[in-house]
Design a protein around this ligand. Structure first.
Ligand SMILES: [Zn+2]
Ligand SMILES: [Zn+2]
Length: 288
């Protein structure tokens, strides 16, 4: 029953990350007010371990709004979770992640984005194995089989896993969850990790590299952000569209790629007075 309610017809699936301060239903209200058919949100505080109790009122309102508006809700997992960690941090991370999955079940959220994790002093291969096992454990513990987990591409800072498409393909291959796992591509992280998308040729090369690692059907979401830092910088800092080193052509290429028409495109730029312009830019690209 976690199917996305398709009331939006052919509207381009453009959205943003919205605040769930005061309860997750606030994020859907905001998305509705911004006329966004896609809303990303946190179902708990992203920088605290303390488990977050959803109130009955917020859950009820959230489910009503989902039905009324047909908004595709996407949950972003806590930044503290590191599914590649061992020992105590690993135990904490896996428990918190199982809670993330449970809250998605309660709120009937079909997609949960997570940063794969950091291998620390161990090899990337060991980290990848650990992440695949952690995903299996979380699904086993939560009874939620309807929410897909999307592994997000990372900028490749430090020992973070996920800066290469192959890392994410290997996690998916090693996990028993198969069809439940997908990919979330963040344009800022992609560029910072050394995948260029600034020109037509570069964009197509990057899409080819993705498809060499994984079928395009695994790609379920884009995070649309310009990048403050340069190509291959391995630094994750989001900029408003056109204000960063990526430039507007990259976003036009994504918006106008017919293969990606049914995939949600979610802004994660700062929710300041430039948000309206970011949305306007994306919408203008999907009109022609
Ligand atoms: Zn993220
Ligand atoms: Zn980022």
């Amino acid at each position: 029953m976690l199917r996305h309610n398709q009331k939006n017809g052919t509207r381009p699936l453009i959205g943003a990350h919205f605040s769930s301060a005061g309860g997750p239903h606030h994020a859907l209200e905001e998305a509705r007010d911004w006329k966004c058919p896609v809303a990303q949100l946190f179902t708990s505080s992203p920088r605290q371990w303390k488990p977050y109790a959803l109130t009955t009122e917020s859950v009820t309102r959230f489910l009503e709004l989902q039905k009324e508006t047909g908004i595709l809700a996407v949950s972003h997992a806590s930044y503290l979770i590191n599914l590649a960690a061992e020992g105590e941090p690993g135990v904490k991370s896996r428990a918190a992640f199982a809670d993330e999955l449970r809250r998605c079940q309660t709120l009937q959220i079909p997609l949960l984005v997570v940063h794969p994790g950091s291998a620390g002093a161990r090899s990337v291969e060991d980290g990848i194995r650990q992440i695949a096992a952690a995903l299996d454990e979380a699904y086993g513990a939560s009874e939620n089989t309807a929410t897909a987990v999307l592994l997000e591409t990372t900028a490749g800072a430090g020992h973070s896993i996920g800066s290469r498409f192959e890392h994410l393909a290997d996690i998916i291959d090693l996990s028993r969850q198969g069809k439940r796992l997908g990919l979330c591509v963040d344009t800022c992280h992609l560029f910072a990790a050394g995948y260029d998308i600034r020109t037509d040729a570069a964009y197509h090369n990057t899409l080819d590299a993705l498809q060499a690692a994984l079928p395009l059907s695994r790609l379920k979401l884009f995070h649309i952000n310009d990048s403050v830092t340069g190509f291959n910088s391995h630094v994750d800092r989001h900029a408003h569209l056109g204000d960063g080193k990526l430039g507007l052509d990259a976003f036009r290429l994504i918006m106008q790629d017919a293969r990606l028409a049914k995939i949600g495109k979610c802004l994660e730029t700062e929710a300041d007075d430039k948000r309206a312009l970011d949305l306007k830019i994306l919408r203008s690209f999907s009109e022609n």
